[in-house]
Design a protein around this ligand. Structure first.
Ligand SMILES: NC(=O)c1ccc[n+]([C@@H]2O[C@H](COP(=O)([O-])OP(=O)(O)OC[C@H]3O[C@@H](n4cnc5c(N)ncnc54)[C@H](OP(=O)(O)O)[C@@H]3O)[C@@H](O)[C@H]2O)c1
Length: 249
């Protein structure tokens, strides 16, 4: 993103903001002039460090802790964020769980855990955000894997597909005041505990035969947050993986 301060005067809430892509989104928002409420669950030190970095970039920051595995907690979080920051213009539903689980092991508990955290918590957050009855924009982080089938992460896949559908539903329900879009990253960061060998081994799964960068994702998020005539859209940042229709691994 080359334009500076395109989001000046806006205040954003980013869930799961302390680490990895949430951290990158938070810092990109700060660079674009936005103030940021950083949500975290366990990563208090990382969230504080990210907030300090965002502050150095000129942003006002607030920190809020919440466990979002119960979806209604996400509505409470949005209300607290708006109260603390005084206003909320932007919401990035980034926090997520990503556990390996095949079809045979996909119990109702496993599916519901993923649906609660990866689809319903974003939905509750978005509804509380829209209830402010003021103009705003939401970006939901989904996954390029929603375009086909990831047999190693079935409950995750089902929940992210639900969030994909919710993105369209909410774009209709919240119009004209609030726009709702999604970013679908492909191979960007390796899962926790893995290194770039994980990405190297899978890069053949997209036509561009490479893995992406955090900047590619943050550019997409910032674009959708500021694109005043775009809603209900999903932007794939995945090297064209969604065109392949094949499976991971
Ligand atoms: N990494 C990739 O390449 C990639 C690819 C495709 C899609 N995505 C999507 O992009 C987003 C960010 O990816 P990521 O890999 O950076 O995410 P991540 O590391 O898997 O998770 C982000 C944050 O979610 C928070 N979280 C987990 N369980 C929570 C709970 N019960 N309550 C509240 N917060 C909770 C954690 O916060 P704390 O650390 O504070 O506990 C965690 O840091 C996700 O939605 C993911 O599905 C990422």
């Amino acid at each position: 993103m080359t334009d500076r301060l395109v989001l000046a005067g806006k205040t954003a809430l980013v869930t799961g903001a302390g680490r990895r892509l949430g951290r990158a989104v938070t810092l990109a928002l700060a660079r674009a002039g936005a103030n940021v409420v950083l949500h975290y669950r366990c990563s208090a030190a990382e969230a504080e460090a990210t907030a300090a970095e965002a502050h150095l970039l000129g942003a006002s920051t607030w920190l809020l802790q919440a466990d979002l595995s119960t979806p209604s907690a996400a509505a409470d979080l949005v209300e607290k964020a708006a109260a603390e920051a005084g206003r909320l213009d932007l919401l990035v539903n980034n926090a997520s769980i990503f556990h390996e689980c095949g079809f045979a092991d996909s119990t109702s508990e496993a599916v519901l855990e993923n649906v609660n955290m990866n689809a319903l918590a974003p939905m509750y957050a978005a509804r509380a955000f829209a209830a402010q009855q003021r103009p705003g924009a939401i970006v939901n982080m989904i996954d390029a894997m929603t375009a086909d089938y990831d047999r190693k992460h079935v409950p995750y896949h089902l929940a992210k597909r639900m969030l994909l559908t919710l993105t369209s539903i909410m774009a209709v329900e919240f119009a004209p005041l609030v726009r709702v879009n999604a970013v679908a990253p492909g191979l960007i960061l390796p899962p926790e505990g893995e290194d770039t060998a994980y990405l190297e081994a899978l890069k053949h799964s997209n036509p561009l035969n490479r893995y992406g960068s955090e900047d590619g994702v943050t550019d997409a998020v910032l674009y959708l947050l500021r694109a005043e005539f775009v809603t209900g859209q999903t932007l794939y940042v995945d090297g064209g993986r969604h065109l392949r229709g094949n499976m991971y691994g």
